[in-house]
Ligand binder design. Structure first.
Ligand code: PMP
Length: 292
């Protein structure tokens, strides 16, 4: 059976779910999106994802034609129609169809799409042995332009870095900001551990403030691990005791080598393992029930 996709108020089989070629999301990357996960019949941090989506829409002055409650229901109903318990959900809001010019005034109604499907993860081996990443020459775009805190449909900055990762045969690439501080990876936030303290870059460095990142900070604090949001450089990653990445799709994944340099002994560290374990517990039990 084909998956059912929500487009502007109706559900269509995958082959029939379509938007206009005049949609400014397609023509200009003019819109925002979310990537959400469901585990075990529950949607993890759904409110946080919906809030981030609506904040992004406000940032670019798109009036979402649904209330947050209605959008929440769209997510749950899409999952129900596809009989999913464990899924990756993609919500997209674009400026909608306009003319060929970039002027947003010409777009009368935003497009809303919700897709729920099974997820393809990194190979299990990467979670056990850890991954090797590289630093991209591409820099994270400045918050004064397209603010990375907004999950906009314009992901070219991240795609440019991902191309570099692909060329290097690495699953992820690290992006620095224009001041040479570590920002994040193409689709994940970064954490390092130094002397027992968990450190992650603050939002103003120019990052998407990950919902997984925030959940990990909370989990670490519950575990009694000291957490600091502070700037650090690539050198501090090279000399860290541990390193891992976080994101909705990746969850929490250890990093054991950066630009050819092993992190400590080149194995996932104890705090990383403890946090991954705690995070796995959290996603099993927390979240909005799909089938009430
Ligand atoms: N940074 C970027 C650039 C991302 O695309 C993502 C994935 N959404 C993240 C970080 C992690 O964010 P989250 O934990 O909310 O998925």
């Amino acid at each position: 059976m084909s998956i059912q996709i929500y487009v502007d108020g109706k559900y269509y089989p995958k082959e029939e779910a379509k938007i206009s070629v005049f949609d400014h999301g397609f023509l200009y990357g003019d819109g925002v999106f979310e990537g959400i996960r469901a585990y075990n019949g529950r949607v993890f941090k759904l409110k946080e994802h919906i809030d981030r989506l609506y904040n992004g829409a406000r940032g670019i002055m798109i009036n979402v034609p649904l209330t947050k409650e209605e959008m929440t229901e769209v997510v749950l109903e899409t999952l129900r129609r596809n009989q999913l318990q464990d899924a990756y959900i993609r919500l997209v809001i674009s400026r909608g169809a306009g003319d060929l010019g970039l002027d947003p005034k010409k777009c009368s109604k935003p497009t809303v799409v919700c897709i729920a499907d099974k997820i393809v993860l990194y190979p299990e081996e990467l979670y056990e042995k850890g991954m090797e990443i590289i630093t991209a020459a591409t820099r994270r775009n400045r918050p004064e332009g397209v603010n990375p805190q907004m999950k906009s449909l314009n992901y070219l900055n991240n795609i440019m870095a991902k191309l570099e990762a692909n060329l290097a045969g690495a699953p992820e690439a690290l992006l620095l900001n224009n001041e040479d501080y570590v920002a994040e990876c193409t689709g994940d936030n970064i954490f390092i551990v130094k002397n027992g303290v968990l450190i992650t870059p603050p939002p103003y460095v120019g990052i998407l403030v990950g919902i997984t990142r925030n959940a990990i900070i909370e989990a670490a604090e519950r575990l009694g691990i000291k957490v600091e949001e502070k700037v650090f450089t690539r050198y501090e990653v090279f000399t860290a005791d541990e390193c891992f990445l976080s994101g909705t799709a990746a969850e929490a994944v250890p990093v054991v080598k950066v630009d050819g340099r092993p992190i400590a002994d080149g194995k996932p560290g104890p705090i990383t393992k403890q946090i991954i374990k705690e995070f796995k517990e959290l996603i099993k039990t927390e979240g909005t029930e799909i089938y009430k």
